[in-house]
Ligand binder design. Structure first.
Ligand code: MV4
Length: 450
């Protein structure tokens, strides 16, 4: 049905989408900035169109340039990948208005999930458990104080237009709340142009667990289990795994049923992720992502399902070729995000990759657009490779991970490979005992002991 798909992204995900298209017999159109002339996705695509200068605002984020590239090339669909325009309602809408298929949900669902207050209200009404808190936006500080007394301290003030942790403020008592409430509103306005904030009970030591869903255009929805993404630094995920060491089969099945029912209830289409905080055996929805995520491969390795190919298939109007009972999650998978950064200071370290040796062998997958001789441009995200490893169980997976990490060579730039080698040997990580705060504490402890 699609003869040609335009890939509105760069780096490893552009390559990942290109590979899914090839497997489906679909031609690809790459777009690229002037800083990406020698990028691998440009070299491998059937066709490539330059859409502007290095900075993303002048290329990958320029909607008219992308629409023009789609028109010129005759692509019938656009895959947005993650980041950039992937969760931009206006882009999804304009693509549809140009009679091009957006490979993702309807603009309507992007809009709903983009506003954290509306998202929470929507999913709560569909039966998903949410964090206790304010129903709508809080405007007056006195209303915030009353709400905090109702739900109990500590509380967290979040921006409605936020996500990714920007503009959050914790308050442990009324004095603190009166102090941080106006700051939260100012920051929300400054960061997102909308001052709306809401309140939630602050969970002290949760895990971050997300559930992958896949929905076709005919009301069929499946879930593919969870990913544990608790290992993060400054809201950037560092290590993700599936299944979560903390989730039982019964919990997985129950939550899976709840989220798939919610998807059917709202007519959701495509791939999606429900994000939860997990504490003391209970799940609390926080956000929904309406895109393919960086960490999707861990789910692919335990389910055997090609999520990107399925995104494209359902966008073509095909029915899901499997139902929930056909899905069995097998073994364990871990993903390490390898960034071009100093492993101690996390300062970005772009530059020329003179040496590149990727690991291989049973259970090892590397998603990366790197090659020997490539120069990493300074304009974009510092993630340069994902190492994803699969094993029969978590211990087997960890042994394969250590094997793969020991083979991986990326030189002469600095990368976070040494950090991952340490993490893969850490006793807490080996036990799977960690919360969203574990990595930041570990980094701090390491610094003070050196
Ligand atoms: C929370 C929370 C504790 N309690 N909500 C941060 C990003 C945004 N998506 C939601 N976030 C959080 N919401 C309540 N009620 C703690 C966080 C949080 C966090 C969540 C997931 C992954 C990493 C995090 C790091 C710091 C704080």
């Amino acid at each position: 049905m699609f003869d040609k798909v335009l890939i509105a992204n760069r780096g490893e995900i552009a390559l990942r989408i290109l590979r899914a298209c090839r497997d489906l017999g679909i031609k690809t159109v790459a777009v690229y900035s002037k800083a990406d002339e020698s990028a691998k996705h440009v070299r491998l695509a059937d066709q490539a169109i330059c859409i502007g200068e290095g900075p993303a605002k002048e290329s990958y984020l320029k909607i008219p340039n992308l629409l023009a590239a789609a028109e010129i090339s005759g692509a019938q669909a656009i895959h947005p990948g993650y980041g950039f325009l992937s969760e931009n309602e206006a882009f999804a809408q304009m693509v549809a208005e140009h009679d091009i298929q957006f490979i993702g949900p309807d603009a309507e669902h992007i809009r709903i999930m983009g506003d954290k207050i509306i998202a929470k209200k929507t999913v709560k009404e569909l039966g998903i458990p949410v964090v206790p808190g304010s129903e709508g936006a809080l405007v007056e500080v006195e209303d915030a104080v009353k709400m905090a007394e109702k739900i109990g301290y500590p509380v967290l003030i979040k921006a409605a237009a936020g996500g990714g942790g920007k503009g959050m403020q914790v308050a442990r008592n009324t004095t603190q709340l009166r102090e941080v409430f106006p700051i939260a509103r100012q920051e929300a306005e400054a960061n997102f142009g909308v001052p709306d904030v809401f309140m939630e009970k602050y969970l002290e030591r949760p895990r971050h667990i997300e559930i992958q869903v896949l929905a076709d255009h005919h009301g069929n929805v499946v879930h593919l289990g969870e990913r544990d993404c608790s290992i993060q630094r400054r809201h950037q995920k560092v290590w993700e795994e599936a299944p979560s060491p903390a989730v039982t089969m019964a919990q997985r099945e129950e939550l899976g049923e709840i989220v798939t029912k919610a998807c059917r209830g709202m007519g959701y289409k495509g791939a999606g992720t429900f994000e939860f905080l997990y504490e003391d055996g209970k799940f609390y929805f926080i956000e929904m992502n309406t895109r393919i995520q960086v960490e999707h491969p861990v789910t692919e390795l335990i389910s055997g399902i090609d999520l990107v190919a399925e995104q494209i298939r359902v966008a073509q109007g095909h029915k899901l070729s499997f139902s929930q009972k056909d899905i069995t999650l097998k073994g364990h998978a871990i993903e390490c995000r390898i960034n071009a950064e100093d492993p101690e200071t996390f300062a970005p370290s772009p530059g020329k990759v003179n040496v590149y040796h990727a690991p291989g062998g049973p259970g090892v997958r590397v998603d990366s657009a790197l090659y020997a001789g490539y120069s990493i441009p300074p304009y974009y995200d510092s993630m340069v490779a994902k190492l994803i490893v699969h094993g029969n169980d978590r211990d087997h997976c960890l042994r394969r991970l250590r094997r793969a990490l020991s083979e991986f060579v990326i030189g002469d730039i600095k990368t976070t490979l040494p950090l991952h080698r340490e993490l893969s040997m850490d006793p807490d990580m080996v036990k799977g005992e960690y919360s969203i705060h574990w990595l930041e504490k570990w980094i701090k402890a390491k610094k003070s002991s050196s």
